[in-house]
Design a protein. Structure first.
Length: 411
């Protein structure tokens, strides 16, 4: 099993790294540079070392010098993350055989791409364009998300929020989530649910202290119609809430964001702004709206693989129909419609290639993800040329499956 040793990194970074790499069977261990880092290196002999350089450059230099002298540790690649270096330190770090230096703020897509090449793994990152900003005023955590919902940035957000709460010893944190310029439909419900569940995870944020600022009608209906989110309030104006909750009146930058980016919708009536207060005040009842879940077909003659896929897809509340033969699926698809199809290639009677050909002839609209142990390049190209949208190799990895599903459903 491959190992990554993380030295002196903040808890948010360590936890995110562990969560991201666990599906790739990579173990993440931790150490402190001034205390036990070199000892840990010798006992573990990890595949990669990642060091946060912000705490102490002298400790980092001493560690690298000791590492270079040990024949067992000298060849282990080292990645350093820190503030932009001046010319003096850049030259010194080059002499210390540091493989790669990443400037902060860390670009995680580039970092994971680099790690993937070193560890020979396929670590997928969500490429959805998204800007996430988080800041604190007393006990109010304000999170602004613009352009889109990126699942990797959402996962990291959970650790950032916990770190903010712990670092400031906040007993009763209050959260304002600002969704800027994001117009959603039911297809975005998966990511919106993931965002809210992530922020509520651990029960550190009580729903009565959780407010969402958005003019998007789907978001409002989604929260109102979701039993788990009873108590979370949608607001359309932040001026009064900010002034009433804090002693500080200087929120001009936040107000500029709200006025220019959020309250600029021409098709939304904002004449009756909602005035919100944190606490247990009773809110007017909102109408429950019915919502449709994703419908996904799983076509695989291996019942174990089919059940595994069904379990993975249950995490996004998809309705799955399992077909253990290609013929059963082709017969059923004449009467049923699906948002997505998972298709095995090697099956008796009708193969996956046969089914792709038939679906293409029928101009079947739903995207198809081929899921097969067959990794021959020619077969992959053949499947894609016959209309498959994505190709996943077995054995299945949860993160890869979900990434591919969301990519297909979003388009």
């Amino acid at each position: 099993m491959k190992q990554v040793l993380v030295i002196d990194a903040p808890a948010a970074f360590r936890d995110f790294l562990k969560a991201k790499l666990q599906d790739e069977d990579v173990v993440v261990e931790t150490a402190e540079c001034k205390r036990d880092a070199f000892t840990r290196v010798l006992s573990l002999l990890p595949d990669v070392i990642i060091i946060d350089a912000d705490k102490s450059i002298p400790n980092l230099i001493a560690f690298m010098q000791n590492k270079a002298k040990d024949p067992n540790a000298a060849s282990i690649p080292v990645i350093v993350i820190g503030k932009p270096l001046n010319a003096q330190y850049a030259a010194l770090f080059a002499r210390l055989n540091i493989l790669k230096y990443f400037n902060k703020p860390t670009k995680f897509d580039i970092l994971f791409s680099f790690l993937s090449s070193i560890l020979h793994i396929s670590c997928y990152m969500d490429t959805t364009e998204s800007i996430v900003d988080i800041h604190l005023n007393k006990d109010i955590i304000m999170i602004e998300i613009a352009r889109g919902l990126n699942r990797d940035k959402i996962a990291l957000l959970k650790y950032n929020v916990n770190e903010l709460i712990d670092a400031n010893s906040i007993v009763m944190p209050k959260l304002v989530l600002i969704l800027t310029g994001i117009d959603m439909s039911y297809r975005d419900g998966i990511n919106l649910e993931y965002l809210i569940d992530t922020l509520l995870d651990g029960n550190r944020i009580h729903k009565k202290n959780f407010k969402i600022l958005s003019l998007d009608s789907f978001t409002a209906d989604f929260i109102a119609g979701h039993e788990r989110y009873a108590g979370i309030e949608i607001v359309t104006n932040l001026t009064n809430i900010l002034n009433s909750l804090t002693e500080t009146k200087n929120f001009s930058s936040v107000q500029d964001v709200i006025t220019q980016n959020i309250l600029s919708s021409t098709n939304t009536d904002t004449s009756a702004d909602v005035e919100t207060h944190f606490g247990g005040q009773k809110q007017p009842a909102k109408q429950n709206t019915k919502r449709t879940a994703y419908k996904i077909a799983v076509v695989d003659d291996d019942p174990v693989t089919a059940q595994s896929l069904k379990t993975i897809l249950a995490s996004i509340h998809a309705e799955c129909d399992v077909y253990l033969s290609g013929r059963a699926f082709i017969d059923a698809v004449q009467q049923k419609s699906y948002d997505l199809v998972f298709l095995d290639l090697i099956m008796p009677e009708l193969t996956g290639f046969d089914i792709l050909t038939m679906l293409k002839a029928q101009e079947y609209a739903a995207p198809v993800i081929v899921c097969s142990a067959d990794t021959e390049r020619a077969d992959i190209q053949k499947a894609l040329s016959r209309g498959a949208r994505q190709f996943i190799t077995k054995p299945l990895k949860n993160s890869v499956v979900l990434t591919k599903v969301l990519e297909c459903l979003s388009t």
